[in-house]
Design a protein around this ligand. Structure first.
Ligand SMILES: *[C@@H]1O[C@H](CO)[C@@H](O)[C@H](O)[C@H]1NC(C)=O
Ligand SMILES: *[C@@H]1O[C@H](CO)[C@@H](O)[C@H](O)[C@H]1NC(C)=O
Ligand SMILES: *[C@@H]1O[C@H](CO)[C@@H](O)[C@H](O)[C@H]1NC(C)=O
Length: 172
């Protein structure tokens, strides 16, 4: 009799639904992304272009590889380095200046040290708010999904150097 009762307890436990929805956690993080194109130590390098890229008003076909610092505040040198944005952006708009962003936010400090977030999306750089998809993550960001919103903080039209505020909203 005791073993039959135990069997039903085990059966009840085995058929219980996992509580995924209620355990989902939302995280918001904000970093400043620094794209340094100019100077002796650029963090964004142009690696390829199409034959028509130079005459395109939108630089269509230009491929740039980045290892851009991510800082806590807007100052590149005055605020804490949180990690790096490593990846590429490609000028993918023929009529509009629009980038295909493909990058990992790789964190190197604090509670996110060693973890990363993968971002991919459409970035029409002269639009006030650009939204991109968070397509995954590693470490504490395993199973991440969500979105990132980019807002230009400063842009030097002469050098091309830019600081962009990224607000990332993820569920995991
Ligand atoms: C485009 O411009 C770059 C930089 O000024 C130059 O190095 C490159 O040779 C040019 N490419 C073509 C196809 O004209
Ligand atoms: C940050 O520091 C680098 C290297 O020391 C320097 O080249 C750059 O001009 C500084 N940038 C700003 C915005 O102060
Ligand atoms: C981040 O993690 C690495 C590897 O575990 C470690 O060497 C480094 O000291 C950590 N950095 C900080 C700022 O905690």
């Amino acid at each position: 009799m005791a073993s039959a009762a135990l069997f039903f307890v085990l059966l009840a436990l085995a058929t219980m639904q996992p509580q995924t929805a209620s355990s989902e956690k939302e995280t918001h993080l904000k970093v400043y992304w620094h794209d340094v194109v100019s100077g002796p130590d650029p963090t964004a390098v142009r690696v390829a272009r199409g034959a028509a890229t130079n005459t395109s008003k939108t630089a269509f076909g230009l491929v740039t590889v980045i290892d851009d610092p991510l800082t806590e505040g807007p100052g590149l040198n005055s605020s804490r380095l949180m990690g790096r944005a490593q990846g590429t952006y490609i000028a993918a708009g023929k009529d509009q200046l629009a980038m295909l962003m493909n990058m990992n936010f790789v964190f190197t400090t604090g509670k996110y040290n060693g973890s990363s977030i993968a971002i991919m999306g459409h970035n029409a750089v002269f639009t006030k708010v650009r939204e991109m998809a968070v397509i995954g993550g590693t470490g504490v960001f395993r199973w991440a999904r969500g979105y990132a919103q980019a807002r230009t903080h400063t842009l030097d039209l002469k050098t091309g150097d830019a600081t962009v505020e990224y607000n990332v909203f993820i569920r995991l």
